[in-house]
Design a binder for this molecule. Structure first.
Ligand SMILES: [Cu+2]
Length: 235
């Protein structure tokens, strides 16, 4: 409202001096003031989602996605991390990659051995036939859903591309926290997904109400046994 104060004064003087045209501009400024008023300031809060298992341990690599129920429309999904799924030390890196629907994902091979990456997922069925060190391939993910990845040569290689249609998506870090930035205030559906979660479709859905200032949401999930895969090396 402070920003609107100066033009308000200027146009009000024009209103007094200019008759009908001044009146139109007067109402225009009122409409402008309404669109930049407190109702829309509520868009800037962060939702911090903290995910722990039944024993209270932080859950790493869980994907939190938020679908606001009150906001009219969402901005296009763009994420800070690269749309890349490397093969490194005979494993997929990262273990879980979030991409917006329509993203072209690179699959660089950083190993000396060759890999043959594939998925049978309904969201994306593909295969990248054997390719070697420092070569890369790419795949466009055009449908929303989880795409489990495997390698024909190395059975222990397991990874996931989570294709989402919301800009409010993030992965939990080592402390079990995912930060959804700039979420709209109001009612929303919060979905938590992890490949090892013991739940239908490996996910838990919560109804939440996000206050204008943002919030911290703690969630406990039930985890199953870890998938058998190549252990992550230190660093
Ligand atoms: Cu491989």
């Amino acid at each position: 409202m402070i920003d609107a104060a100066f033009p308000f004064g200027a146009v009000y003087r024009a209103f007094i001096a200019g008759g009908e045209i001044g009146t139109m501009r007067f109402w225009l400024v009122l409409a402008l003031a309404a669109t930049i008023g407190p109702a829309n300031v509520a868009l800037a809060g962060n939702l911090v989602v903290e995910v722990r298992d039944a024993a209270g341990r932080p859950v790493i690599d869980a994907v939190a996605t938020l679908k606001p129920l009150d906001a009219a429309s969402a901005p296009p999904a763009r994420f800070a991390w690269p749309a890349a799924m490397a093969q490194h030390d005979i494993r997929f890196d990262p273990y879980v990659l979030i991409v917006p629907v329509g993203a072209e994902v690179r699959f660089p091979n950083r190993d000396r051995v060759r890999h043959h990456v594939y998925s049978f997922s309904p969201a994306k069925t593909f295969q990248l036939k054997l390719y070697g060190q420092d070569e890369t391939r790419s795949v466009v993910f055009d449908r929303v859903g989880v795409v489990p990845l495997g390698c024909n040569i190395h059975d222990q290689m397991i990874g996931f591309v989570d294709v989402v249609d919301t800009p409010w998506a993030a992965k939990t870090d080592v402390s079990g926290e995912a930060v959804l930035q700039g979420v709209p205030a109001g009612r929303a559906q919060l979905t938590l997904w992890h490949p090892e979660m013991k739940a239908p479709r490996n996910q838990q859905i919560l109804a939440v109400v996000v206050p204008a200032a943002g919030a911290h949401q703690a969630v406990t999930v039930v985890m199953g046994p870890p998938l058998r895969r190549t252990p992550h090396t230190a660093g």
